[in-house]
Design a protein around this ligand. Structure first.
Ligand code: SAM
Length: 212
C-alpha cells in the first residue's frame, strides 16, 4: 500500500512514522508513506487567506492544496480529506481502506480548506469523531494506524486480528498477564484453570455489545 500525506507541517510525522510496528512495516517495504509539504506548491510559502464572506481565522487556499494533490495523484487513488464534518471513521472504514492500493490524506489547518479542492478531487471527507482538532495530522495518524495493521503481513501474529474489538459488534474482554496477584488484586480464577472451554465462555460473557 502507498500512502501520501499532504500537510503544511511535514515535521509532525517524523516521530510517529518511525515508531513501533509502523516503522518496521516501512523498513520491510510492506508500506510506502510519502509526506508532501503543501507550502512547496506556492511561490512564496503563503498557503492561507481570509474567508470570503468574512469571519474569523484563515482558510487554506485551493491552489497549493490542489497542486500538491495533483503531484501525487495516480489512477485509482482514494483521496481523503480530514474534516470534522465528514463521515465518521470506524473499524469498518479501516477494513475497507486496508484493501486500497493508494490513499491520499489531505490535512487541513486553521479554519479548513477551500471547499473547491474536495469537489475538484472527488475527495471523501472523513472525521475521526465529534470534536475539533487544530489540524488533520493527528486524524491522519489515527487512520494510518487503524488501516495499516489490517494489511496482510503487518501483524506478527495475524490471529490478533481475528478476535478483536468492533469485529462483530462487541468490544474485547478484560486481559491479564503475570503476576497472578498485583497489589491485592487477583486474576479471575477461571483464567488460571487451563480449561479452554470455560475460559472461552468466560471471555464471551465479558464482551460488551457496541451496536445492534
Ligand atoms: N472550522 C472547522 C470547523 O468548525 O469544522 C474546524 C477546522 S480545524 C481547526 C482544522 C483542520 O483540522 C480541519 O480542516 C481538519 O483537517 C482537521 N480536523 C479537526 N477536527 C477533525 C476531526 N474531528 N476529524 C478529522 N479532521 C479534523
Amino acid at each position: 500500500m502507498k500512502i501520501d500525506i499532504l500537510t503544511i507541517f511535514p515535521e509532525y510525522f517524523d516521530g510517529p512514522l518511525k515508531s513501533a510496528m509502523l516503522g518496521k512495516a516501512l523498513d520491510r517495504g510492506l508500506l510506502e508513506i510519502r509526506v508532501t509539504n503543501i507550502r512547496d506548491f506556492t511561490p512564496d510559502g503563503k498557503v492561507d487567506d481570509s474567508p470570503f464572506g468574512g469571519g474569523p481565522g484563515m482558510i487554506l487556499k485551493a491552489k497549493p492544496v490542489y497542486k500538491a494533490a495533483e503531484s501525487v495523484m495516480a489512477p485509482g487513488a482514494e483521496v481523503i480529506m480530514l474534516c470534522p464534518a465528514g463521515e465518521r471513521f470506524t473499524q469498518e472504514t479501516a477494513a475497507a481502506l486496508s484493501g486500497k492500493e493508494h490513499i491520499i490524506l489531505i490535512n487541513g489547518r486553521y479554519e479548513g480548506i477551500d471547499e473547491r479542492v474536495a469537489e475538484l478531487l472527488g475527495a471523501r471527507k472523513i472525521s475521526i469523531g465529534d470534536f475539533v482538532l487544530s489540524g488533520g495530522e493527528a486524524a491522519s495518524m489515527v487512520i494510518i494506524e487503524a488501516v495499516t495493521r489490517l494489511i496482510p503481513g503487518f501483524m506478527g501474529n495475524p490471529g490478533s486480528l481475528r478476535d478483536e474489538s468492533f469485529i462483530d459488534g462487541y468490544v474485547e474482554y478484560p486481559q491479564y498477564t503475570r503476576p497472578a496477584e498485583f497489589m491485592g488484586l487477583k486474576v479471575p480464577k477461571i483464567l488460571l484453570s487451563g480449561d479452554h472451554g470455560k475460559i472461552e465462555e468466560y471471555r464471551k460473557n465479558k464482551k460488551r455489545k457496541v451496536k445492534a
